[in-house]
Design a protein around this ligand. Structure first.
Ligand SMILES: C[S@@+](CC[C@H](N)C(=O)[O-])C[C@H]1O[C@@H](n2cnc3c(N)ncnc32)[C@H](O)[C@@H]1O
Length: 416
């Protein structure tokens, strides 16, 4: 069997199975950020469950733009080194942001992505578009999946994102680009023509009649229709928008896609959200957003970047990883809650006490009603100076403490 025949079989199987998976019953807890009257959703779950949930909640044909930047079948683990200061020594641990390897290899990768893309197609509106960000390792396979799911006739562009960093070698030309495939659902897709600078030869003025020319520090230029080659800097070490999450993409890149393919108030979704770039870009451009990632660290970064936004966080029950390395003592009266938190770290079966809050990313104090958690107070490690915390209460009851550590473990404590 040729690789192409094999691929068509896998994709057909995934498309047929996507109808079956929609009947799966999935439960989510929710935490409301902001005033609760919002239409922005952040899912902490495998995106398969998020896609199913959105279809069941009536989002079919409602999403105007999907941007996804899935793992590129690199067979790599994307880790960050974390330094922890124990009371008398410093240790370095590895935090896994995400891993990109598949037990059943390429076939599983293609099946998983085809299944999800078919559900994304269902969610996309008739005027909507999807941008799929990949690189040379997987682009040829993804293009076939997209042709099968969205139809060859709905292919719009292959965008080449060119950057300066990475990819240098003495054995080949330096690899300095990613590929972004743009497909629509129908031929009624929105496309707002974008303009870009085109510098005149020699940076000198042409002075043609009816052509408006501009000048900047480099020289004279005209504005032309934007091309499918995008020169945008990567998020570098010193970049202001950098949040230290593996594979973070620049806001400018995603904003360009949003501006070209949606209008105000559109719904923009990203089901491989990472550090939250798509949600931030959508919010800054007055669009509604839906984001999903299965890694709690991604959710923490997204929440930090969207501090002033309203959204509902939906946590799939099975994705809650429990960790028993926190001791919480508390004292409560009508008006105050006093928390004493000690964090420990387990290394080689030893329970070692760390300095307070080195290990904790975030603490939420919530009150709970029917699986919905309303935030009474939220603290992150930059705002916590000692291990005793005083929280003012306004008569709330049924309180929970939710602690997220820097490895993405989530710990729910019910206060009796
Ligand atoms: C390349 S990163 C995305 C980076 C993002 N574009 C940004 O600017 O930060 C891919 C993300 O997909 C997430 N991911 C991979 N498989 C997933 C799945 N099945 N469901 C949800 N998230 C997934 C990983 O946890 C990772 O955060």
């Amino acid at each position: 069997m040729t690789i192409l025949n094999k691929m068509y079989d896998i994709i057909t199987k995934a498309i047929n199975n996507s109808e079956l998976v929609v009947s799966k019953n999935i439960k989510f807890s929710s935490i409301i950020f902001g005033n609760g009257i919002n239409e922005n959703y952040l899912y902490l779950t495998d995106n398969l469950y998020c896609l199913i949930d959105l279809i069941r909640r009536g989002y079919s044909n409602k999403i105007d733009l999907i941007y996804i930047d899935p793992p590129f079948f690199t067979n790599m683990s994307f880790d960050k080194k974390i330094k922890i200061n124990l009371e008398d020594e410093e240790i370095v641990l590895k935090r896994n942001d995400f891993s990109d390897s598949y037990e059943n290899g390429l076939e599983q990768f293609i099946y998983d992505i085809a299944l999800r893309m078919n559900l994304m197609r269902e969610l996309l509106s008739d005027t909507g578009s999807i941008y799929v960000h990949v690189d040379n390792r997987i682009n040829h396979y993804i293009r076939i999946v997209l042709d099968e799911v969205f139809g060859e006739k709905n292919f719009i562009n292959e965008i080449i994102w060119v950057y300066k960093s990475g990819g240098a070698s003495n054995r080949r030309f330096s690899k300095k680009h990613d590929n972004i495939y743009l497909y629509s659902k129908t031929n009624k897709y929105i496309f707002n023509q974008q303009k870009e600078k085109s510098y005149n030869r020699g940076y000198k003025p042409y002075k043609f009649r009816d052509v408006i020319e501009y000048k900047d520090d480099l020289g004279w230029y005209t504005l032309v229709k934007a091309k499918d080659v995008w020169n945008i800097n990567m998020v570098g070490r010193t970049s202001k928008e950098r949040v230290n999450y593996s594979s973070q993409k620049p806001l400018e890149l995603i904003k360009k896609a949003i501006l070209a393919s949606t209008n105000d108030n559109a719904i923009v979704a990203d089901f491989y959200l990472g550090s939250g770039t798509t949600a931030v870009a959508a919010s800054e451009l007055n669009r509604k957003w839906i984001g999903c990632d299965q890694n709690p660290i991604s959710i923490i970064y997204t929440e930090r970047r969207l501090r002033n936004s309203d959204f509902t966080l939906l946590i799939e029950k099975e994705s809650q990883k429990f960790c028993r390395t926190f001791d919480i003592e508390y004292y409560k009266d009508e008006k105050n809650l006093y928390l004493f938190v000690k964090d420990y770290i387990n290394i080689h079966n030893d329970k070692l006490k760390t300095k307070p809050f080195l290990y904790i990313e975030k603490i939420y104090v919530c009150n709970n009603q029917n699986d919905s958690f309303n935030i009474v107070s939220s603290l992150d490690k930059t705002s916590i100076k000692e291990n005793k915390i005083n929280i003012t209460l306004n008569g709330e009851s049924n309180l929970y403490i939710i602690i997220v550590d820097l490895f993405g473990n989530i710990d729910f404590h019910k206060l009796s």
